[in-house]
Design a protein around this ligand. Structure first.
Ligand SMILES: Cc1ncc(COP(=O)(O)O)c(C=O)c1O
Length: 341
């Protein structure tokens, strides 16, 4: 069943959860981003985003026919830095694409001010931040559109690939609905070049159930983050994730610590059966394809580059027990103690 009842029920429930008038489901987070950018008419214009993200953030700009322009992140939240964004604005800038990295909302207050003063659109990449808030509002409801991924590692999933666009803008909602469905205005009549990018009905039914548990799972992630922070805060060779300002409530998609001798620590923990992740070993501008297409070289975005070589994502999922967190922390502290003494 294509575009069955569950699809519309899931969209309705998700829009209600995020607090937008519309939610349009699509086949992935990448499709959510690309179709939103096409819907705002990005057309060979520049979109400013962060190099410290999953590559799909920038790929979506290219897929939508735009030009990705990177702006380095802030040390204070690892997200797009409004001060630096100002230096990248040109006559060709069409939109800002902040990412709420690791479930930590970007500084939407200042970014929205910049956008308003320059007549730019803002597309939020909320692929890692279902349920996170900025100023009491859910991310995905602050810009012109919010884009979510339901890839299986995310805070909620749909039992396969999937994505969602949230918006208050009827034109964007209508345009994304059409673009995901072959550009059709009726069964065999099409007035734009569209895509086959619908969310499967069975996946939507799965998502509808997952959504009911999202707040509970996010609470558990917050409790795990608080425990990690309490147990690791005295270790001088490691920096805890940024707290951010008081306006934000993160959802800890990942718990990434900035640490000395990152690769050695990851190897040590791996050998002890503690699987960690690295997000991301290469910032997007240093990915081979971006170096080749846009001639980027190391040194272009030093904060992102330095974070790429020092961030380690510790295990983070709601089913992680307090005892497991304690054991992980003991191993980390033991690693540093062993090497310093
Ligand atoms: C920040 C970010 N943006 C975009 C995406 C793309 O989502 P998807 O894999 O569903 O296409 C992901 C995750 O995969 C992501 O983490």
């Amino acid at each position: 069943m294509v575009l069955g009842e569950s699809v519309f029920k899931f969209e309705e429930a998700f829009a209600r959860y995020i607090g937008t008038k519309y939610a349009v489901s699509v086949s992935s987070g990448t499709a959510a981003l690309a179709l939103s950018l096409i819907a705002i008419g990005v057309n060979e214009r520049e979109v400013i985003t962060t190099p410290l993200s999953f590559i799909a953030t920038a790929n979506a700009i290219v897929q939508a026919g735009g030009i990705p322009t990177f702006s380095d992140v802030s040390e204070s939240d690892y997200n797009m830095d409004p001060k630096q964004v100002r230096g990248h604005l040109t006559k060709k800038t069409k939109a800002l694409l902040p990412v709420h990295l690791f479930g930590q909302p970007a500084n939407m207050g200042e970014l929205m001010e910049i956008a308003k003063s320059r007549g730019l659109k803002v597309i939020e990449d909320a692929a890692q931040a279902h349920g996170a808030t900025f100023g009491g509002k859910k991310v995905g409801s602050l810009g012109d559109a919010g884009c979510f991924s339901f890839y299986s590692t995310k805070n909620m999933t749909v039992g396969g690939d999937g994505g969602m666009v949230t918006t208050d803008d009827e034109d964007i909602a209508r345009s994304v609905s059409k673009l995901r469905d072959c550009g059709r205005i009726s069964r065999y009549v099409h007035d734009v070049i569209g895509f086959t990018a619908r969310l499967n009905t069975a996946n939507a039914a799965f998502g509808l159930v997952q959504l009911r548990y999202l707040d509970e799972w996010n609470e558990r992630r917050r409790a795990i983050a608080a425990l990690y922070s309490r147990l690791l805060k005295g270790e001088s060779q490691l920096a805890l994730p940024p707290r951010g300002d008081k306006r934000i409530a993160p959802v800890y998609h990942l718990f990434a610590v900035k640490c000395q001798r990152r690769d050695e620590l990851a190897k040590y923990l791996g050998a002890e059966g503690i699987e960690c992740g690295v997000h991301y070993p290469l910032p997007i501008h240093l990915q081979p394809v971006y170096r080749e297409m846009y001639a980027y070289a190391p040194g272009a975005f030093p904060i992102s580059e330095s974070l790429s070589s020092s961030l380690l994502s510790l295990p983070m999922f709601p089913a992680l027990s307090d005892d497991e967190v304690k054991s992980i922390c003991e191993h980390i502290l033991g690693f540093y103690r062993g090497s310093s003494g």
